[in-house]
Design a protein around this ligand. Sequence first.
Ligand code: APR
Length: 321
Amino acid sequence: MARKKIALIGGGQIGGVLAQLAASKQLGDIVMFDIVEDLPQGKTLDIAEASRISGFDAKVTGTNDYKDITGADIVIITAGLPRKPGMSRDDLLTTNAKIMKSVTEGVRDNAPNAIVIIISNPLDAMVTLFQKISGFPANRVMGQAGMLDSSRFSSFIAWELDVSVKDVNAMVLGGHGDTMVPLVRYANVNGVPVLEMLERKYNDKAKAKEVMDAMVERTKKAGGEVVKLLKTGSAFFSPAASTIAMAQSIIYDEKRIIPTCCYLNGEFGVNGYYLGVPAVLGENGVERVIELSLDENEKAAFDVSISAVKNLIENMGKLGF
Ligand code: APR
């Protein structure tokens, strides 16, 4: 069986880790595109020269020509500027929309059958723009955000409870911004509600709630916490790892349920917008959205997130995109 072809658009911080992870997991042959001359060639050469040690036969190459992504099965897009300290993801809208427009045309014209995962921020707007310009069916265009936000939430829970993160299941819904919705009620450790474990740990309901609230707040601001520490650029290991999990579920038709920025067609009461919700990812991309019941508070938080995303899309429209 021929190896899958994975095109990475953007050879910066996230692009480099994506290439390295995809190669070491043998997900497919990798071609990295960037507009900066020699950058993708140099980065991929470096990764490819470790193939003997890392033990992969996948080809890893770099290019400045969109023609080289021809036939790609999966396209992962990181092209665009990252945040600087003090910036919100939405502050990237003007610059990154321009970049996304040119990237979309390149992908549409050279890899028309690909399944596309977008990482560039502001995520919900970039995914919407790609789908609109490309005209690709919505099941083949999605964004990575929820997987990472959920992974961050799960890590904080595991550290707090001193349990293996492998046993933690925690989900984050909504837009990839300050209004994201970490779902406290559904968070569990091998089926045991996290809140219950916290109440046992502290033997105090109020304290348990306080600790949970702090983890929720940290999750919402986790990207900014990293930006502030790095000072130049934003998180890149964890976004890359999250996206590779999505790509793997698609390539191997694993049908994992992954919080994904996907197009909603009435699910969760939302029509015609991209938003983060749990979805089954398989060989057809987003195969279906998993709906779940939200209580009054969760619904209210989700509504705020929907409004923020609608506002972002409206602002993008005003900019002419
Ligand atoms: N086409 C292709 N690549 C482009 C274009 C373009 N039009 N414009 C910029 N790039 C490339 C840059 O040359 C750079 O190599 O995109 C790459 C972005 O890499 P970094 O600046 O290192 O950013 P990174 O940390 O990888 O984040 C990329 O993902 O999480 C989001 O907010 C983040 O929007 C940012 C994106």
